[in-house]
Design a protein around this ligand. Structure first.
Ligand code: GLA
Length: 400
């Protein structure tokens, strides 16, 4: 009797007030998503090959685990029973078998849904079918749901995302819930108890600082996404991260730009979701995406998003507090041309504007580890003199 009472006490608050699964994203989720490169052109073989590449090419070892199928995986209509059906031409073995394959590699399986009547690619959305779809996803072994916001006129975002959160929770299967309303409804203000991450921008474009105008909507280059919102870093942290979108590393930018992009996503504690064709990535791209020193800055347990400390001419200085009073510092050259760069640490006292972290380099000395050359060298007691290539970064981990 006592046992039953304890069990009831544990579950009832969740049933009455609703809740999301705990402890699914203590640090930003890491994985791969089909959209940026493959769009509607997805199939079972591709996804299996990506799972194989995760293991063979070191992505799993570097910490990536979610393999997420984006939009356009289903048939254009539900079946007579109102169920979503995976397109048998694209996924002949069905989603459960594919999920089993992914799980057999020690990886996790993610899928895409939409809060509206239809997805952005015009496939059936989950509006009115939330419980049915959540059950189906859970029965397939889904571990991550990206939930989009197309075709939602009249819907209240907080309510719609709460409905799906509750449907997921009711299945009993822990499923990461990725909110994708592009920041239109300011999810950072209300989504902490709903999802583990929320997009803060429209879709990313594979360029450093461009805007691609499609008429009714725009896609945004890396730096445009970085600067899309003001004053939202205080809302991001373990179990509820600002999501700067799937990465464009390896989809067309220069090596320097790829390095800067990956650095910024790591510094900003964004989800690290690869968007390139990892089956055919060149060695430079693989080496960027699997840099464990950069990844450990992204995965730091404090989960704090970096802030921009300063502009020094064309160089931006980004700073991220890390556990054990360590820091990550990134110098980003916004120019296309290389710039000589000097930084006299002892002239700088840095105060985190949102969290209680501060460092005065005239009083405290740190050792410098260069995250991209992967070399220890120098201290904050010396003036750093260097050169930064165009659109490139210098990144240091500071420790005692
Ligand atoms: C929206 C999302 C993208 C992608 C597409 C799929 O635009 O923001 O990330 O999921 O839909 O149609």
């Amino acid at each position: 009797m006592k046992k039953i009472l304890i069990i009831l006490l544990f579950f009832i608050p969740g049933l009455i007030f609703g809740q999301k699964f705990p402890n699914l994203a203590p640090t930003p989720p890491m994985g791969w998503n089909s959209w940026n490169t493959f769009n509607t052109n997805i199939n079972e073989k591709l996804i299996k090959d990506v799972a194989d590449a995760f293991v063979k090419d070191g992505y799993k070892d570097a910490g990536y685990n979610y393999i997420i199928i984006d939009d356009c995986w289903s048939m254009k209509q539900r079946d007579e029973g109102g169920n979503l059906i995976a397109d048998p031409a694209k996924f002949p073995g069905g989603m459960k078998t594919l999920a089993d394959y992914i799980h057999s590699k020690g990886l996790k399986f993610g899928i895409y849904g939409c809060a509206g009547t239809r997805t952005c690619g015009d496939y059936p959305g989950s509006k009115g079918f939330e419980m049915k779809d959540a059950k189906l996803f859970a029965s397939w072994g889904v571990d991550y749901l990206k939930y989009d916001w197309c075709n939602t006129p009249g819907l209240n975002a907080e309510k719609a995302y709460t409905t799906m959160r509750d449907a997921l929770y009711a299945t009993g299967r822990p499923i990461v819930f990725g909110i994708c309303d592009w920041g239109d409804n300011q999810p950072w203000l209300w989504a902490k108890n709903i999802g583990q991450l929320w997009r803060i921008s429209g879709d990313i474009a594979p360029c450093f600082d461009c805007v691609v105008d499609h008429g009714t909507y725009k896609d945004w280059g890396v730096m445009k996404v970085v600067y899309m919102r003001k004053d939202i870093r205080k809302y991001s942290g373990p179990e509820g991260f600002n999501d700067f979108d799937m990465m464009e590393v390896g989809t067309g930018m220069t090596e320097s730009e790829n390095r800067s992009h990956f650095t910024l996503w790591s510094m900003l504690a964004s989800a690290l979701i690869m968007g390139n064709d990892i089956r055919n990535a060149d060695p430079a791209t693989v080496s960027i995406l699997t840099n464990k020193n950069m990844i450990s800055i992204n995965q730091d347990p404090l989960g704090i998003q970096a802030f921009k400390y300063k502009d020094i001419d064309s160089t931006e200085v980004w700073v991220k507090p890390l556990k054990n009073k360590e820091w990550a510092v990134c110098f980003l050259n916004r120019k296309k041309e290389p710039v000589p760069f000097e930084f006299n640490w002892s002239e700088h006292k840095i105060n985190d504007p949102d969290f209680d972290f501060t460092v005065d380099f005239s009083r405290e000395k740190y050792n410098l580890f260069n995250v991209w050359t992967r070399k220890q060298g120098g201290t904050t007691g010396e003036t750093m003199k260097s050169q930064i290539a165009g659109h490139d970064v210098l990144v240091f981990r500071l420790s005692h």
